[in-house]
Design a protein around this ligand. Sequence first.
Ligand code: CA
Length: 209
Amino acid sequence: MRRTGAVLLALAAALALAGGAQAGKVRNGGFERGDLRGWQVRALPDAECGSWTVYGGDAVPGLPSPPRGDRAAAASPPAECLSGAHILSRVVKLKKGSKHKLSFRLAYDNDYEFFLTPGSLEPEPAGSQQIRVDVLRAGAPLLSVNPNHILKRVYVTRHDAPLRRGYRRVTANLSKLAGKRVRLRFAAVANRGPLAVGLDAVRIASRKR
Ligand SMILES: [Ca+2]
């Protein structure tokens, strides 16, 4: 009985950890579990127009195979959908007194002629064809682009950015946000044509100052 109790306690502790914000860690940031556990997924107008999913190999047209391991995440709405916003996010705690560096790998394939970046992540009504990565206040509305809610703009597609890109590493120094709970938000919005986005190897490297 005693051993069972210890195992249950360990299990409970593990579950408690899994449910809360991890201190500077991005569990399942490489998507090698084959699912999106640990992440929050939001699809607008709804998931019938696709969603963030996990893929392997050449399963997503326009995207290279995962750059790290066998799996990566992808937002790739079906071509028949005229508009959609796809948000992948999670809250992390950045430990006080440490330096923090966010890094990830991003690839995309834009079937429209250029990118459009209105001041909104809603899929309607403004013309929108964009990829955005932000660090938000943990309590901010998920779709907000209000500067008061955004702690760090990490990535935004420029109007004339290349229409196709293989996986590239993107980094951002989050050391100024040490001690805060923040939301990492990866957003793909398209209402002018298909836009496939791939994401892998999301991690936060932390070390003591
Ligand atoms: Ca991976």
